[in-house]
Design a protein around this ligand. Structure first.
Ligand SMILES: O=P(O)(O)OC[C@H]1O[C@H](O[C@H]2O[C@H](CO)[C@@H](O)[C@H](O)[C@H]2O)[C@H](O)[C@@H](O)[C@@H]1O
Ligand code: MG
Length: 241
């Protein structure tokens, strides 16, 4: 796939996935770190785009703020179940429904310490990066759980794990919501992502005539452009300043 050589001028809106796009993957979600260089790169882009920059991530907004502190940018967390439309807005924290909590306890008991059960309110992530042999069983457990949960949940295979999340948790919906408000309205959206859960975000951006970019693109992706890795992502972003 070709690289995007477009220069981000005033009329672009930039949406950024975090893990696998801005940050290399690590053994554990808490093992990633954000460099001061990345913080200043994002701050410069946010300024150049007059605030039309937002994280679109499966992490919670609270987790994003902790990672990037003191930088606080616009963000959609939990695949859009949480939104922070202005840097200093409050974020409604989605409660963890009792049925998800009970399911997380059961899966944690069965898979044991090899898997990391990440409880994110209405989203449940089961990480098997440290124990890949557990992925088939983890996937089977969440798929079986679909029958017992209220309607409207779905299973999304992720990067070295599997997630259970509500149907309305979709990055494309989160991007469309930002595009309806200032300073995003009227701009052309650009979305960079790396994973299956970013695909509906690429589709939303393509539908809006924007630019969709996937890091390490697989054979089949909705993304129109590809970048080889996180380092290339950062070099491309720096080139837009
Ligand atoms: O939508 P993203 O910003 O890409 O976030 C996706 C998930 O990222 C985190 O998990 C992933 O990255 C971890 C650190 O590299 C890795 O250990 C894990 O295997 C990956 O799945 C985060 O923990 C999840 O909550 C996000 O949904
Ligand atoms: Mg990602």
């Amino acid at each position: 796939m070709e690289k995007p050589h477009t220069v981000l001028t005033g009329e672009w809106a930039l949406f950024l996935d975090i893990d696998g796009t801005l940050l290399e993957h690590a053994e554990h979600p808490d093992a990633v770190s954000v460099s001061d260089e990345l913080r200043s790169l994002l701050q410069g882009l946010d300024r150049k785009l007059n605030g039309a920059l937002a994280f679109i991530t499966g992490r919670s907004v609270a987790a994003v703020d902790h990672l990037f502190q003191p930088l606080k940018l616009r963000a959609a967390g939990l695949y859009g179940l949480e939104h922070r439309l202005l840097p200093n807005d409050d974020v409604e924290v989605a409660d963890e429904p009792a049925d998800i909590s009970a399911l997380a306890d059961e899966i944690e008991a069965e898979l044991g310490r090899g898997a990391y059960i990440e409880r994110k309110g209405r989203v449940l992530a089961i990480h098997t990066r440290a124990a890949p042999h557990l992925l088939p069983r983890a996937t089977q457990l969440v798929e079986q759980a679909l029958a017992t949960l209220p309607k409207g949940y779905r299973v999304v295979p992720g990067n070295a794990g599997v997630e259970l999340l509500p149907l309305e948790a979709a990055k494309g919906a989160a991007i469309r919501r930002f595009m309806e408000i200032a300073p995003f309205t009227g701009r052309r959206p650009v979305f960079l992502g790396d994973d299956t859960s970013d695909e509906n975000g690429f589709e939303a951006v393509n539908d809006a005539g924007g630019i969709s970019i996937r890091v390490k693109p697989p054979a089949h992706t909705a993304a129109r452009y590809g970048l080889a890795d996180v380092v290339e992502t950062l070099a491309w972003l720096r080139g837009q300043l």
